[in-house]
Design a protein around this ligand. Sequence first.
Ligand code: PEP
Ligand code: MG
Length: 593
Amino acid sequence: MSATVSFQGIGASPGVAVGHAFVLDARRVRTPKVKLTKSELEGEVLRFKTAIELSDRQLEELKTRLDSDGQEHGMILEAHRMMLHDPMFLVEVTRLIKEDLINAEWAVRRVGKRLRHQFDNLEDEYFRERKSDIEFVADRLVRNLMGEVVDQELEVPPHAIVCAHDISPADAAMLVRSGSIGAFVTDLGGHTSHTAIVARAREVPAVVGLGKACESIRNGDMVAVDGRRGLVLVNPTEEQLALFRETMRRQLQTEQLALKTAELPAVTSDGVRVRLNGNMEFPEEIPSLLAHGAEGIGLYRTEFLFLNRALPPTEEEHFDSYKQVLQAMGDRPVTIRTLDLGGDKVPGKKADKETNPAMGLRAIRYCLAHRELFRVQLRALLRASAFGNLRVMFPLVSSISELREARSELEACRSELSRQGVPVGKRFPIGIMVETPSAAWIADRLAQEADFFSIGTNDLIQYSLAIDRQNRDVAYLYRPLHLAILRSLDAIISAAKKANIPVAMCGEMAGDAGLTMVLLALGLEEFSMTAGQIPMVKNVIRQMSRKDAMVVLEQAMAFSSAEEIERFIKADVERRFNQGELMGTTVPRNGDG
Ligand code: PEP
Ligand code: MG
């Protein structure tokens, strides 16, 4: 038997899987370089245009084919179609063909490379990841120009661990459609790469960003994957295999149990009714959220919609997405967060590099500084509000003036639409994310003017404890149970209750079942998290009484260090639930800054 090798990557989609490797052929298409004569130019431009049309048709067909099986990837494939028709891309390729007298394949590659470089220096992981979209689009064009076969159906054996340098959205779509993929393992990619997003939406374990691991994995190798820890074992020992299989068995049991309880209400044993909502980035996640028992959407990160492309979306495109989500959710509340963009997170523009982007012009600050862009989104939200139960919230509010400014911009858009005779829904609640220490300190005042709060612990912890959430070196200081955080949460929740406005939490802390007891004790009654986290949190809520939770928290808060508080809470959770694994899943999300 071959020696065991282990690789550490980024845990992109939780879950454990064991199976035989299916290595996707990572061969890149070779791009021929040909110098043309002047008389060939016209024909070459025509060849390029034909390849664009063919690629567009293929993407449309693929989208239709996949739509009938579920609605995965619609947006991603649509984004690829838009890239194909991006005027800048078309003009540049044509110019290169004509001015440099080169063949279309070569020109496509050169323009693609230039575009990719623009993404290289971006701080944000999500935007950096969009580089691979350009590569996939360029690949398709080059293959079509060369008359190669594209979008071939892949015959993958059941439960295979699909290993690849990178996986195109088209391939990922076809693979998950078969419904029997064991896991995804890729060398490239981060938390927000396509494979990661698709894997999470379909609950397929995935580890990405493995560097060069896939080069050494052979077809048929036994591979064990832990998608939470980002661990991949190639040719594991019998003992390791047994451990992984046991975890898989327990996971399956928990998941089955969880799905059975999806319809049960989240009520504590002493009768406190808690609302469990879902966090989402793409409309494709809605079916999975509903299947796991989400009662509404607590956070829709709209910047993902905005940025999956070279040009900003139009009002119509914003509107279509919001309407789609609102309609899919029916009467259930849908909380849409306005764009959380940062200074250097706008593709297509070379923004000034900020020395400290997390504290720079991002989120509501960015929107208030770019009113045109903000108004496009606000108008779309107002129009979409007629189609469901909308709530809108502003991110990173750090002063009362920002809330007032944002509200008045929204009202200005409302009046404008009504002057133009455009139908708008009824008034809807307008809230804020409480995710800065300043907002926590003036929560009582903000509560007078906001219709609801949603606590963003990812940023609240980052700013309160002065820890860059993207910096691995200080990740050990990222402590949700730091006394400063507990006191902050207490102040925010109490201020909201006193003012009689709803308060929710949508940061990662809300989805950590090991901390549910703490949040219940603090009086939180609305949680928002990813689909997979809902059942476990609900399970804790249904077995716990708030009264007991309050006693435990009071004792815990008598300690001064985060380590002591964590130890105390962990021991209590283990005693009650006999599941030490519940603890410690709260990690800062990378990528959203
Ligand atoms: C947060 O900060 O907790 C949050 C939910 O927002 P994001 O992770 O998108 O910054
Ligand atoms: Mg945030």
